[in-house]
Design a binder for this molecule. Structure first.
Ligand SMILES: [Zn+2]
Ligand SMILES: [Zn+2]
Length: 268
């Protein structure tokens, strides 16, 4: 499967507004700990089959520059909320470097949102100033059989975000699920044997469309990965350092720039 090498970089670990929140003077938003600065949630997955980004939020450009990403093989999308799609326009840089459209994998609802929000990219006019993407549809067939990006196999992990259908993804023994408040049994079955999990945990209080921290910890108990990293965090969840001190063994607060290399924890 070409997964002898698997490196994950957390590009952003913040909820939809990011942290700090504009105008907020709370302890978290004014913290001097750089780990309390959270761009919108996204990850980079690198295998010998190439580099793939999951979601292109409003901070996509900043994240690509910070991690010095030189090429991208594909973008896969979890769902169509703005904090996960807003940065798609900036694929132009990769179009120019790679001289081709970028391969995108998305369900029907995400495709609809991309065609609406970036309508200018899907017209008859084609020139270097426009983002170019080639959309590959994800649906029932891929839910049943998975799909391949170059030669690496991706397994879809359908979950719910209130009424919205969201895809998590499994590559080898790594799984990524963000923006979720329900995981069906059929998806739990696909998570068997996962060694490293990145999952969203918005805050401690209950929320209508996101798991709260205690709900995520129950999910972790059921999946039992060796290591879990929390992402999509709001300023309400507290400071990185304080939150880390409260978490059980094997559960880590994610942070922007955190690298998980060959599925081993790295504190680079
Ligand atoms: Zn989100
Ligand atoms: Zn704040």
């Amino acid at each position: 499967m070409g997964l002898e090498y698997l490196k994950i970089t957390l590009l952003g670990t913040g909820t939809s507004q990011g942290v700090p929140v504009i105008g907020c003077k709370c302890d978290v938003c004014t913290s001097e700990d750089l780990k309390d600065n959270r761009l919108r949630t996204s990850i980079l997955i690198e295998t010998i089959c190439g580099s793939v980004v999951i979601d292109t939020g409003p901070d996509f450009r900043t994240q690509m520059l910070r991690e010095d990403v030189q090429s991208l093989d594909a973008i896969v999308y979890t769902h169509e909320h703005k904090d996960h799609v807003a940065g798609m326009d900036d694929v132009r840089a990769f179009n120019q470097i790679q001289h081709c459209a970028l391969e995108v994998w998305a369900n029907k609802d995400v495709e609809k949102a991309l065609r609406r929000d970036f309508f200018y990219a899907f017209g008859n006019e084609k020139h270097g100033g426009l983002p170019q993407v080639n959309i590959n549809s994800l649906g029932l067939e891929e839910e049943n059989n998975g799909f391949y990006i170059n030669k690496s196999k991706w397994t879809l992990l359908p979950v719910k975000h209130a009424q919205m259908d969201v895809y998590g993804f499994r590559v080898g023994d790594f799984a990524y699920i963000t923006d979720v408040n329900f995981i069906p049994d059929s998806t739990y079955n696909k998570l068997a044997g996962v060694r490293v999990l990145v999952i969203s945990a918005l805050r401690k209080e209950r929320h209508p469309s996101h798991f709260s921290l205690d709900e995520v910890l129950q999910v972790v108990e059921r999946i039992k990965p060796e290591a879990t990293y929390l992402t999509h965090l709001s300023h309400f969840i507290g400071k990185h350092e304080d939150l880390q001190a409260e978490l059980p063994e094997g559960v880590f607060v994610g942070w922007d720039g955190c690298v998980i290399d060959n599925l081993n924890k790295s504190n680079k």
